[in-house]
Design a binder for this molecule. Structure first.
Ligand code: GDP
Length: 392
């Protein structure tokens, strides 16, 4: 695991992102020290995770992989977990942001269980927090629990892949999962609308648990905005840290095409602004509290039921149930091998007996042929002119 430290430019966040709203939002839990927020990004390589994070923070927090490193990474056959730290500050309020990146996810020929390191990481953070909570002195607790996981879906225009379904099911059961359709500019508006619908249909049909932002608010405007945010799920986003010039002369973050500019912050082009608002303006508090009250609590309750206070989490190999299952599996395997061996031996013996029988038959035939040959020879000798009975 590697950790890089970076500090996002405070000026860059001023005005646009709206961190200024956080003090109101987090009034209950946040002191002058600010708060911790951990955001995880998961998805196949090349779906635009790095670009999205850098666009979100208006800085190059994560260095994009060049093609050679990307290819080399694919040969490693591992999913890395990298943590990048940034500090966002506005009006004396600071958010310590941890971005958890997962290069290598879904990159290999066999991607079965490639989400396990992701799930392990999420659970390990709960476990570490649980242990610290159980200490007599609980000052200075390090809290790396993941508050939101953005799952990047490749914009293939069809639907979710089986890998996506399995990974999203496993991740969504443990953390606030937010589905994101990457590179929205590569699909036409109609194709994007249909793709979004198909993705949501699969999410419903497969009972994948995704983050449900609350709608209710004290004022009507916020409620309306919340409804707009919810209706955009899965968020279609365009990522770019580059400034380009639009036809009407505006300088915007976007991607330049011969037909025009795909703008990052234009609601007509993508849902970037809605997602950014959900993450760091309107729903940060809810993401933090649902992590605490729902996901972490579920983990804590399950662990408390299966182990005594203060007892370390058993490794898979220490787990009695796991050991019994392994033993039963080994026994079944040995029995099956024995059975197959017997079957093979019987079959081999049958083959040998058949071979012997055929050899015997062959020998008999051979003898018969020999006998017939000598009879023919005898007859032809008897009829030859050299035979004294034929001589005159
Ligand atoms: P990661 O491997 O998931 O971190 O993907 P990167 O962020 O490194 O992006 C991979 C490639 O996709 C780069 O060439 C990016 O410039 C490009 N890219 C990223 N976001 C977008 C987007 O929204 N639209 C398009 N068309 N390309 C994108």
């Amino acid at each position: 695991m590697s950790a890089t430290e970076a500090s996002a430019n405070p000026q860059a966040t001023a005005g646009g992102i709206g961190i200024a709203n956080l003090p109101n939002q987090l009034h209950k839990i946040v002191t002058k020290k600010g708060t911790n927020f951990s955001l995880m990004v998961v998805g196949e390589s090349g779906t635009g995770k790095t670009t999205f994070i850098n666009t979100l923070l208006t800085t190059e927090l994560i260095e994009p992989l060049d093609d050679a490193t990307r290819r080399k990474k694919q040969l490693d056959k591992t999913v890395d977990i990298n943590i990048h730290k940034a500090e966002l500050e506005e009006k004396m309020f600071s958010v310590k942001l941890n971005v958890v990146d997962t290069p290598g996810f879904g990159d290999y020929v066999d991607n079965n269980d490639c989400w396990l390191p992701v799930v392990d990481f999420i659970e390990n953070q709960y476990e570490q927090y649980l242990r610290q909570e159980q200490q007599p002195v609980r000052k200075g607790i390090v809290d790396m629990r993941v508050h939101a996981c953005l799952y990047f879906i490749r914009p293939n225009g069809h639907t979710l892949k089986p890998l996506d379904v399995r990974a999203m099911k496993a991740i969504g059961a443990r953390v606030n999962l937010i589905p994101v359709i990457a590179k929205a500019d590569t699909l036409s508006p109609t194709a994007l609308r249909q793709f979004k619908k198909r993705v949501m249909d699969v999410i419903d049909a497969q009972s994948i648990r995704i983050y449900q932002p609350p709608v209710e608010s004290d004022d009507d405007n916020s409620e309306l905005r919340n409804r707009e945010i919810i209706s955009a799920v899965p968020f279609a986003i365009i990522g770019s840290t580059l400034e380009v010039k639009t036809e009407d002369g505006r300088r915007v973050k976007g991607r330049q095409y011969p037909w025009g500019v795909a703008e990052v912050e234009n609601d007509q082009h993508c849902d970037f602004r809605k997602l950014r608002s959900l993450l760091i303006r309107t729903h940060m508090l809810d993401l933090i509290s649902t992590t605490e009250e729902s996901h972490y609590d579920k983990y804590r309750t399950t662990q408390m039921k299966t182990r005594k206070f203060g007892e370390p989490k058993p490794k898979k190999s220490d787990n009695k149930k796991f050991r019994e299952e392994e033993e039963a599996l080994r026994k079944r395997f040995t029995e099956k091998v024995k059975l197959e061996e017997n079957r093979f031996r019987q079959w081999e013996q049958k083959l040998i007996a058949e071979r012997d029988r055929l050899n015997k038959d062959l020998e008999q035939e051979h003898n018969l042929v020999k006998q017939l040959e000598s009879e023919i020879e005898a007859i032809s000798n008897a009829g030859s002119p050299n035979n004294k009975f034929f001589r005159k």
